[in-house]
Design a protein around this ligand. Sequence first.
Ligand code: NAI
Ligand code: SF4
Length: 441
Amino acid sequence: MSKKLLLKDAHIEGIRYFETYRKQGGYEAAEKALKMTPDEILEEVKASGLRGRGGAGFPTGMKWSFLAKPEGVPRHLVVNADESEPGTFKDRYLMEFLPHLLIEGMLISSYCLGSNTSYIYIRGEYSWIPDILEEAIEEAKAAGFLGENILGTGFDLEIYVQRGGGAYICGEETALLESLEGKRGNPRLKPPFPAVKGLWERPTVVNNVESIAAIVPIMDITGAEYAKIGVGRSTGTKLISACGNINKPGVYEIDMTITVEEFIYSEEYCGGIPNGKKLKACIPGGSSVPIVPANLLLKTINGEPRYMNYESLADGGFATGTMMGSGGFIVLDEDQCIVEHTMTLARFYNHESCGQCTPCREGTGWMYKILKKIENGQGKMEDIDLLWDIQRKIEGNTICPLGDAAAWPVAAAIRHFRDEFEWHIKNPELSQTQNYGLANY
Ligand code: NAI
Ligand code: SF4
């Protein structure tokens, strides 16, 4: 059984409220941290090996150490709670059931980074959660863990919750900052990174909800102990939101040593695939990461089992691997149509493109139209090569990663499931009447 660090108290009734959270040892990590120097906390975070849980997996300690500290300029911590990646709903779970874990993590992180005003930017569609967070903020303030001179240390901290307007692109960190400043959420060119020029051009650390929540157990057990959990550079635990064709969808905490097969089929996690269906493919890290067919999902190309961690999932690069991403684990059974699935994603990225760069603005629209044509039985064989060509021209040629995120699912679908595209083209009548693909994977 995987070790639980973040969700260990999630089952306790009333854990969302300060009193219960405190009884379970809540805010003890903050008490410990506030007796340390910011540099000592930073060393613990670096030692933990924690990697950003939003999707990119960038080392958190390294990001914090990049934070510029010019004299007299305020710094900020911004928590990215704009969780919108299709298939990803782990941060929602944390905020809804364990809001104090996030607030405590923000207190420790803000103290370490020297932020006296920190923000939570939350996805607009999570309309009921800001009230939960604001209530937790008020409770923490009443107990002396927020506000002025926290625990007599002289450190002040205010936390504000900002609701997003429902645009996926505002989860990209620089678009988020633009939106937080009250502007249209258009991504900025990087560099400069937010650590140097972020919110109102001030040094800013933008971290995912789960990354900040993980700071609490790191302070609790020390960075060195946290680094012993997991494997290699995949240290600590990771939340996985599992959905699609599985018996037990939900949010699971894993320690990144289990295999993909165990995760899908064991009763502790997804509980297998309904109706005895076969596994066809999976997208293990949210819709932006490449889809992988079952044969490459359960084993790497070298015949090794594939594990639920950053390195193993990426094994073989994009040709045979995928990415841990945000941990949005989407399972597709043998009845699912890859062309339809890819078309749905293409429509999503086309709709969510901010329109700043031509390859993304135009390319996502083209890909959607071509996929729709193929799905509806009106495609030609050369359309597959055209699709391939368009996705290649988008990848790496845009301001922000939405372009790559739109290109990768198309590339992976063609690479691994070309015969399904061809089947739609060769069987136009069936293609129009049967909304499913081949069942031989
Ligand atoms: P990125 O790799 O550009 O950056 C990762 C983080 O490291 C950023 O905070 C960046 O500012 C920082 N960083 C990188 N190099 C730096 C440097 N030299 N100096 C200072 N800071 C530096 O990736 P990005 O754009 O932040 O995230 C992309 C990922 O987000 C995708 O791979 C996808 O998996 C994920 N994603 C997650 C979503 C969700 O709902 N959780 C939604 C959409 C995408
Ligand atoms: Fe906007 Fe797409 Fe360019 Fe990102 S890649 S800045 S979403 S047009």
